[in-house]
Every structure is written in C-alpha cells, then in structure tokens.
Design a binder for this molecule. Structure first.
Ligand SMILES: C[S@@+](CC[C@H](N)C(=O)[O-])C[C@H]1O[C@@H](n2cnc3c(N)ncnc32)[C@H](O)[C@@H]1O
Length: 316
C-alpha cells in the first residue's frame, strides 16, 4: 500500500465512516453553509476559519483529521522538495555515505508528515542507499499522534517506509518523557532535530528553553558524528520569533551553528478538494496540483562539543 491509498484509508474514510467525526465536521458544514458567500468552498472555510491556517490546536480527532486532509499533502511535498534539493549537499555526504544510522527527532510531528516525505524519497533510491532510520515523533496533541501511529502501523508498512525504518513515539501522558529519551546514536551516525511548520504554533514561544535543553542534552548524549537542525516554514521568523531565540540560545559560541542551507523556494503540491461533496454525496475528493511560493527552510549543523566545553553536560 502506497501513501495515496494509506491517506484515503486513514484520513478520508473516517469523515464518512466514523460517527463522532462525521457529526463534528457536519457542524462545521452547517456553519459554512450559513456563511457560504465569504468563502470559495468548504475546503477554504476549513483552512481559514476552523484550522486558522494550521495554528488551531487540534484537540479533537476531527480537527486532527481536518489538519491532515488540508495541510499534510502541502507540507509533505514541501518536505520532499527540501530533501530532494538538499540531497547532494546535505543528505548524501553526511548521511548516506556513513556506515552508521540516522536518528530523527520530529518535533510537532503532526500526522508524521516529514517522516513520510523522507520515507517516500527513500523508496525512490536503490535499496543499498536507503537510510537506517530511527524516528521519534512527538506532538502535544494525542489525536495527531494517533493518526501518525495509524500511518506507521499500516499492514504493509514496509511499502510505505521500507525495511530500514524504526518508529517510536513518546508517552505523551508522561510530562517528563523528553528528559528520559535515550538516544541510540553513539560515536558515529547522524542525529537530526526536525522542525516542520512548528515554530509559529501558539505557546511555543514559552517553550524555547525546553527545546534548547533538549537539543543540548540529547546531542551531548548521542555524540553523533553529525548533528543537524532542519527547519521548514512559510517564513524564517522575524528577529523576535521563537525560532530566532531558539537559535540564539543554542549558539554557545559564534560557530556553534553552521548554516548548511538557508533558502526560499517555490513548491508544487497536491491539494485535496471537495470535502463538502465527500460528506454529503460520497464523491471522493480530488487531488489537484497547486503551487506555493513561500517555502523557507534552513539546515544547521550543531557542534555539540561547545556544550560540553560550556559545562552543559550537567544536563545529562
Ligand atoms: C502546523 S503543525 C505541523 C505538523 C507537521 N510537522 C507537518 O509539517 O505537517 C504543528 C504541530 O505542532 C504540534 N504542537 C504545537 N505545539 C506543540 C508543542 N508545544 N509541543 C509539541 N508539539 C506541538 C501541533 O499539535 C501540530 O501537530
């Protein structure tokens, strides 16, 4: 089973087949029908009014599914674009040519978007060149993780991810999970902290210190040959943004972070259109090509030894 089929089963079907989800989405549909003239479609209404351009906390299963329907394809193709663009400069020399494996921590993983993009890209490579990938997804909202788990526990999982993939999720009911993460990348291999459309989420500004400590502690513990931070978003954040503060606080010395890439580019993606018809008439939404012009990304290399010198190993 490929990604498209998995998407139909995991994301599209529950809108019609799961009563609780169907009821909640129907309420949104009624509200949309009363204000129809303000929006070009129900899809538009969901994106703008209900999901607040991906900033609404997905605190119900229906909201997490609506996020996956609306944003997962866009972000997945954005991540794929970055992986393809940076393959030569980043992934190949630093990752593929190494004997040891990669550990990826996907912060605010949502339905597993970035991992799916990497997995999809991997599948296009000869088997010998595929990564040994340990993946840890984490998200504030359990409904997002449920969707990610559905993707990662597909019966034909190896069709989606290949045989070189091991996924794990923290116990999000345990508030101390991050202090307890045990990183298996020892003396070699690559550690990647991945932030895809994470830093503009509400409440993240107050959590900068938590993610700074996380990067310092885990990278010191892992002692990976290479440690990277990958960032994607619709902008790079202003001088007061949470992401800028995160970088400032990680920079123990001027050269703690080396910028491998910092780019803006266009990307094409498949957008699903027709949620109203799917709910009311059972007509399957269609994937249409769209274009975005605001994909910003950065890849930073972290010299974790600077944290050791600074005495940050007391964090371990
Ligand atoms: C815009 S979505 C991005 C999801 C995914 N990375 C992607 O690219 O599609 C932001 C995600 O961050 C999660 N999130 C928000 N605040 C968080 C926090 N403080 N800690 C962990 N996850 C958080 C949200 O639940 C949501 O799944």
């Amino acid at each position: 089973m490929g990604y498209q089929e998995a998407f139909r089963d995991i994301v599209l079907k529950p809108f019609r087949e799961d009563e609780e989800i169907n009821q909640e989405v129907h309420q949104y549909l009624v509200a949309y029908q009363q204000s129809r003239t303000e929006f070009s479609s129900f899809d538009h209404y969901i994106r703008m009014k209900i999901l607040g351009y991906a900033r609404t906390p997905c605190q119900t299963r229906a909201l997490a599914l609506l996020y996956s329907y609306t944003y997962m394809p866009m972000h997945l193709d954005g991540n794929k674009k970055v992986i393809e663009r940076e393959y030569q400069a980043f992934f190949k020399p630093y990752i593929y040519q190494k004997p040891s494996n990669v550990w990826m921590i996907d912060v605010g993983c949502g339905p597993m978007t970035a991992c799916m993009a990497l997995a999809d890209f991997q599948q296009s490579l000869p088997v010998k060149k595929r990564l040994e990938l340990d993946y840890l997804g984490c998200d504030l909202h359990s409904f997002m993780i449920d969707i990610a788990l559905n993707f990662s526990s597909q019966k034909n999982q190896s069709d989606l991810f290949g045989d070189h993939f091991r996924a794990g999720y923290p116990d999000i009911k345990n508030p101390h999970w991050i202090e307890q993460v045990d990183c298996p990348v020892k003396d070699g291999g690559t550690l990647v902290f991945y932030f895809s459309y994470f830093w503009e989420q509400g409440g993240v500004t107050e959590e900068v210190g938590k993610w700074v400590d996380c990067v310092k502690r885990i990278s010191l513990q892992a002692r990976a040959e290479d440690t990277f931070i990958v960032y994607l978003n619709r902008d790079l954040g202003g001088s007061n943004s949470a992401y800028t503060e995160f970088k400032q606080r990680l920079r123990e010395r001027p050269d703690t972070l080396e910028v491998i890439s910092s780019e803006k580019c266009n990307h094409r993606y498949q957008s699903w259109i027709g949620l109203e018809e799917w709910l009311t008439q059972g007509i399957v939404p269609k994937a249409r090509p769209k274009k975005r012009t605001d994909l910003h990304y950065e890849i930073l290399r972290v010299d974790w030894r600077h944290y050791e010198d600074a005495g940050a190993n007391t964090l371990i």
